[in-house]
Design a protein around this ligand. Structure first.
Ligand code: SAM
Length: 290
């Protein structure tokens, strides 16, 4: 089961409604009209992403596609499926790589995995991981490889990757990574869990068996409570508005079992950990309170 209920948030609920209310009486500008139009075409609500950078990105992309004006560009997106796909590729920002941010993987292997096994409610027989905003799957496969090696034989490692971008999940399921998508991976681990291809690496069948992918919107769902030992959410909420980022962190915390860990990106932090049942546990790591 996916930890995320992918149904859209109820109209009128949440931080977007709050901001809309604050603007009551003001006519929506062209960007707001565009965002509302896009929300009817695909499952992405652009109003919940930081406006300045998203708007700049969209206007630049539209201009490069030869269309000036968001109203005209919305018309193009309504009638041209290929352009809608190109637009979604542009705004979802899928940059990722195997062993991205190696310090974090070392911390997970040397510190978090032993502590998860010691506190496991399942008798240290399995570790359940959620890669939230998984993009091409590099984070999910790296998690499976690193945690298997750290936990040793006899521990089942199950990794679920979710992303809002249906097309990127097709790439994630293939598990193929060009050389440029491989970070500073330890060569022995890379060779143990991946097979060389002509231009990079492919996840081995054994690694793939422990990793699955599902579509899900982090901004719009309910999560399965206490379902995971470890949640990775790196380089994804940085694009959300602060209230939406905080709401996502609260959902991720809810999906952790007591003693489980949330790992955020190296430049990120949880705004108010105590308010959502988390305790800071050194750089970029938060522990779910018992
Ligand atoms: C920059 S990638 C991060 C990939 C990986 N976590 C890493 O650190 O390498 C951000 C991913 O977040 C996804 N994303 C953006 N908004 C999302 C949402 N509302 N729900 C789920 N995923 C989302 C994008 O599609 C993209 O694949």
């Amino acid at each position: 089961m996916s930890p995320l209920d992918t149904r859209r948030a109820t109209a009128g609920a949440g931080p977007v409604a709050g901001r809309a209310a604050a603007r009551q009486g003001a006519a929506p500008d062209d960007y707001e009209v565009f965002c509302a139009g896009v929300a009817r075409l695909c499952p992405i609500d652009l109003r919940r992403y930081k406006r300045a950078q998203m708007e700049r990105r969209i206007r630049t992309h539209a201009a490069r596609s030869g269309v000036h004006g968001l109203d005209r560009y919305l018309e193009v997106l309504r009638s041209d499926r290929a352009e809608l796909d190109a637009f979604l590729d542009r705004i979802t920002i899928n940059v990722s790589s195997l062993w991205r941010s190696p310090d974090q993987w070392r911390r997970i292997a040397d510190d978090l995995v032993p502590r998860l096994l010691a506190s496991s409610p399942r008798g240290a027989r399995s570790i359940k991981v959620w890669s939230a905003g998984c993009s091409i799957g590099a984070e999910a496969y790296t998690a499976a490889a690193v945690i298997r090696d750290a936990a040793g034989p006899g521990v089942r490692v199950e990794v679920l990757g979710t992303d809002i971008d249906r097309r990127i999940l097709e790439a994630a399921r293939r598990g193929e990574f060009q050389r440029a998508m491989v970070g500073p991976a330890p060569q022995d681990a890379l060779r143990r869990h991946f097979e060389p291809t002509t231009d990079g690496w492919r996840a081995s069948d054994a690694l793939k068996r422990g990793v699955r992918f599902a579509e899900g919107d982090l901004l719009a769902g309910r999560v399965a409570t206490a379902a995971h030992d470890l949640v990775l959410c790196r380089n994804t909420v940085i694009y959300f508005t602060p209230p939406d980022r905080d709401a996502v962190h609260a959902r991720l915390a809810e999906s952790l079992r007591p003693g489980g860990f949330l790992v955020v990106g190296p430049t990120e932090r949880v705004a108010s950990p105590a308010a959502i049942g988390l305790v800071g546990d050194g750089p970029f790591v938060y522990r779910r309170e018992a």
